[in-house]
Structures are given as C-alpha cells and as structure tokens.
Write a protein that binds this ligand. Structure first.
Ligand code: HEM
Length: 313
C-alpha cells in the first residue's frame, strides 16, 4: 500500500508543542445524526484552512468515533473489524478501566490558539447534540519529557515503519484508517519524587538525563520499556505510534500523562496493555503503574479524510 497517497489523518505526526484532546458523548436528539455528519463533512476543510493560513504552526487535527457512536451513526453492517467497546484489563494490582466516548478530537499545533479555534468551531457546530466527557490540554515539557521527567516517544517508529505501525492496510474498506486508544493517567508525584533518580531509571528502563537505554543486565523485568516491548510469533517487534502529552492542574495537585497510541491493529496496543497490567509472567506487571493510575480508557476508529467526507453525506 502506498501510505503517502492515502488521505490518512495526522496519525503519524509528532506529539507537538500543544495538544487538545476532547471526548464527547452523543445525546439522543432528532438533530444528532445531521449535526455530527455535518462536522464529518467539514472537519477536513476546517483543519486545512487553519493549516493554510498558519503553515509555520504545524497544525494537525484528528477526528474519530467510538464503537457505539459508529453503530448509531453509520450502522453495524460495515464496521472496522477491531472497533468495539474497550474491555477493561484487570491485573492483580492495577486496572486499565474502560470509559465511555463517542466522538474524539486530537488537535495539535505549535501554539494553543489554533487548537482552541478548531475546537471552538466544532463545539459550536455540535452544540445541543453532544455532552462533554473529557477535555485535556497537553503541553510539551522541555525536550519532550513526560510529567515524570523522562523523555517520551524515543522508540517510536519513523517514516515507512511509522505508517505500517499506525495505518490500517489489510481491511479493504477501511485501509488508511487507524485505531486510536486513549488513556488519561494521573501520577502520584510525591511517591515518584520519593524515588532516587537511579530507582526511577529502573522503572522506565532508560537514563533520565540523557535518555540512553539501560543495558539488558541493568533493566529489571518489570521496567516499562521491557514490558511494552512485544513481539509476534515470528519474533518481529510490534509497534504503535505514541503521541503522549503531559498535563497538569497544579493548584489541584493533579499531574498526568495523556496516553494516545495510534495503531494499524488494536490487538497490538491491547497486547502492550495486557503486558503492562497483567504481565506476561505472574506478578510481573509494569512498575510504572505503581505511580500512575489510568482514570479513562477508550478506543476510537480514525477514518481517512476521504471516508470522513463520505460519512458526512
Ligand atoms: C516507552 C512513558 C504508557 C507503550 C516509554 C518511555 C517513556 C514512557 C518515558 C521511554 C522512551 C520512549 O521510547 O518513548 C510513558 C508514560 C505512560 C506510558 C508516562 C503513562 C503513564 C504507555 C502505554 C503503552 C506504552 C499505556 C502501551 C499501550 C510504550 C512503548 C514504549 C514506551 C511501546 C517503547 C518501548 C521500547 O523501548 O521498545 N513510555 N508510557 N506506554 N511506552 Fe510508554
């Protein structure tokens, strides 16, 4: 498949400087279908206009649908094969919860203003037919560090490998689309900051200051980059594209990571989650979870821009 010519949404873009993550629920009104379809039809043009006017701001927009919303709006007959409601993953100690979400928007730019502008145009169009479920404003923290101080995104695949990891290429009708899985994590920063730098490095599997990977001997089996490093039966590494962003509400002492993984098959992301929350061996869950609680978890399908426009008709 020629990934460059599919009109896929910006699922392989870098996390960016600013990001707005919005999850809506559909309200059951006589206008819901029409209004959402109008946004499907105009979303690409709204983003394109903003990109054209401010090329230097690296603006990108992604719109997606949860499983229930897909059934309500477009019918169950023709549906992306892995789009279903996320089933929670319950480990002995930690749970990847499943939370509701019908429409999803991921807006990125060098400045927050275009993210806000696109979001407010959409929210105006959807007024009265949706309810807000979640909204997170993420920011780039120094050299792309997660809230916990480590550089995040280093091992993301690039170029052709990125397309293969993030863009569906074996589903005929849905080729060019993507599966986005989002989780909002809150960190216990007091407990995290109570660890020494060396102890923190063993949790992540990399050095904090210079981002260098620990050697295999140094990495414990429950380090985040050991647990999430998964392979298929033939020993090929399975990858997704992560575009996580830190967020905070400092006065409420709320510090978090908005995790977002784009994948060509959701089963890859799910395998990583199972390895993190349950562990591939008994008790070997991801040590990062002792300092990070997932408070949301929702799966969305991201159509191509062409599909979005067709869905709007
Ligand atoms: C690696 C942070 C959740 C998948 C990393 C790294 C950091 C990090 C700092 C090392 C640098 C890098 O390669 O990016 C976090 C934080 C999370 C989180 C703060 C939430 C609290 C997740 C989740 C998944 C995931 C939920 C999968 C479903 C990965 C993968 C790698 C990685 C695949 C690369 C592993 C490798 O070296 O091959 N993460 N992560 N992460 N993370 Fe996460």
């Amino acid at each position: 498949m020629d990934f460059q010519t599919t009109h896929h949404q910006a699922v392989t873009d870098k996390p960016g400087e600013n990001a707005l993550f919005i999850v809506y629920g559909l309200l059951d009104t006589p206008n819901t279908e029409d209004k959402v379809k109008e946004v499907c039809g105009s979303f690409s043009a709204i983003v394109r206009s903003m990109k054209g006017r401010y090329p230097e701001l690296e603006i990108s927009g992604v719109m997606g649908f949860g499983s229930d919303a897909w059934d309500t709006l477009f019918g169950e007959e023709e549906k992306p094969k892995e789009l279903s409601t996320f089933q929670e993953i319950k480990g002995d100690k930690h749970t990847a919860v499943s939370t509701k979400g019908d429409l999803f928007f991921h807006l990125r730019a060098k400045k927050m203003a275009p993210c806000f502008e696109i979001a407010s145009i959409i929210s105006q169009k959807l007024q009265g037919v949706v309810e807000s479920i979640d909204e997170v404003h993420g920011f780039r923290y120094f050299e792309g560090r997660a809230m916990i101080g480590f550089v995040d995104g280093t091992e993301n695949p690039e170029d052709q490998e990125a397309y293969e990891a993030a863009i569906i290429h074996d589903e005929e009708a849905f080729n060019g689309g993507s599966y986005a899985f989002v989780q909002k994590y809150l960190h216990d920063m007091n407990q995290w900051n109570g660890l020494s730098t060396e102890e923190q490095e063993k949790v992540i599997g990399r050095r904090k200051f210079n981002d260098v990977e620990l050697s295999d001997d140094e990495k414990p089996s429950n380090a985040h980059n050991v647990v999430t490093n998964i392979e298929d039966e033939e020993g090929n590494e399975l990858k997704i594209i992560r575009a996580n962003m830190p967020f905070a509400n400092v006065s409420k002492h709320e510090f978090g990571t908005y995790f977002i993984g784009y994948a060509s098959t959701f089963s890859t992301t799910r395998k990583m989650l199972e390895a993190m929350f349950i562990g591939t061996e008994e008790g070997n869950y991801d040590r990062l979870l002792d300092f990070s609680t997932a408070v949301t978890g929702t799966l969305f399908f991201i159509p191509t821009f062409d599909m979005l426009e067709a869905l709007g008709e």
